[in-house]
Design a protein around this ligand. Structure first.
Ligand SMILES: C[S@@+](CC[C@H](N)C(=O)[O-])C[C@H]1O[C@@H](n2cnc3c(N)ncnc32)[C@H](O)[C@@H]1O
Length: 253
């Protein structure tokens, strides 16, 4: 079964619902992140929490890298949810918060450790993946790599913080891949639907992101133009069969 038909049972509400969890989070603004000495709040955008609240339901299997407000929303939803974070303290804080406000969190499993170590140990089909863990390169891409094949066709992939170049690299890659379609942006989070399973054995030249090959932008401008012109001339030579004279003019052996 394609997952989109499963979502069909849960049409999105016209507006944003306010749930108990979101209401409490808004009122309490808990600090789930940082240390006890230096607590921090790196919460998701409220609109993302609303989106998750609409999409996560008891028969949805979901995974997020990173932990916090989104985890509380996942707990309340009843979704079969996995949270990957290296911080055991975050798990304690989120579970305590849920206990305090009578939010059942038995449906949330924590995988404690960096996502690059934990994700390869996990399996099972997913319907929604929220990438919001480590933001430095290559972590968002690594998080995607270990979850994309598990995501059902029709499933949802959220890439957070795409104003950060190391996160936007993943966004830009997905924008060029035919088996992903961008549904929408919510602030600086891009939300993609998976249209088909990817072909991981396909070589680099089949990836949309490499369509600009050969790409000489790493060279100084003058050399760039020279290489572009030479490449164009070589292409014309091959296309017209005039390889030898054109190569002679260009001084290519
Ligand atoms: C921006 S916060 C996530 C915010 C959360 N989605 C929320 O709504 O509150 C980033 C999270 O990534 C976690 N993190 C940092 N390094 C990580 C890693 N290597 N793998 C997984 N998570 C990581 C942090 O502990 C933190 O929970």
């Amino acid at each position: 079964m394609r997952f989109s038909s499963c979502f069909g049972q849960y049409p999105l509400a016209g507006g944003y619902d306010v749930t108990k969890a979101i209401e409490i989070l808004r009122a309490e603004m808990p600090n789930f992140h940082g240390s006890d000495d230096e607590p921090k709040n790196w919460k998701s955008q409220w609109e993302i929490l609303d989106f998750l609240q609409q999409r996560l339901k008891p028969d949805v299997r979901s995974l997020e890298t990173g932990c916090g407000y989104s985890t509380v929303v996942a707990a309340e939803s009843g979704a079969d949810h996995v949270t990957v974070t290296p911080s055991a303290d975050e798990q304690v804080r989120v579970r305590s918060f849920c206990n305090k406000y009578d939010i059942d969190h038995a449906n949330v499993t924590f995988a404690i450790g960096p996502s690059c170590e934990m994700l390869p140990k996990l399996d099972g089909e997913l319907h929604l993946v929220y990438i919001d863990g480590a933001h430095g390169f290559p972590h968002p891409c690594v998080d995607w790599m270990y979850t994309e094949a598990r995501l059902a066709i029709g499933g949802t992939m959220l890439v957070d913080d795409i104003r950060i170049p190391s996160c936007r690299m993943l966004h830009e890659f997905l924008m060029e891949e035919p088996n992903w379609t961008l549904d929408r942006f919510i602030g600086d989070t891009s939300i993609f639907t998976k249209l088909a399973h990817g072909n991981n054995s396909a070589d680099w030249m089949h990836q949309g992101i490499n369509r600009t090959y050969p790409d000489f932008r790493y060279l100084p401008k003058a050399q760039q133009w020279k290489r572009d012109a030479r490449h164009a001339a070589e292409w014309v030579a091959r296309a017209t069969g005039l390889t030898k004279p054109i190569k002679r003019v260009l001084g290519i052996k």
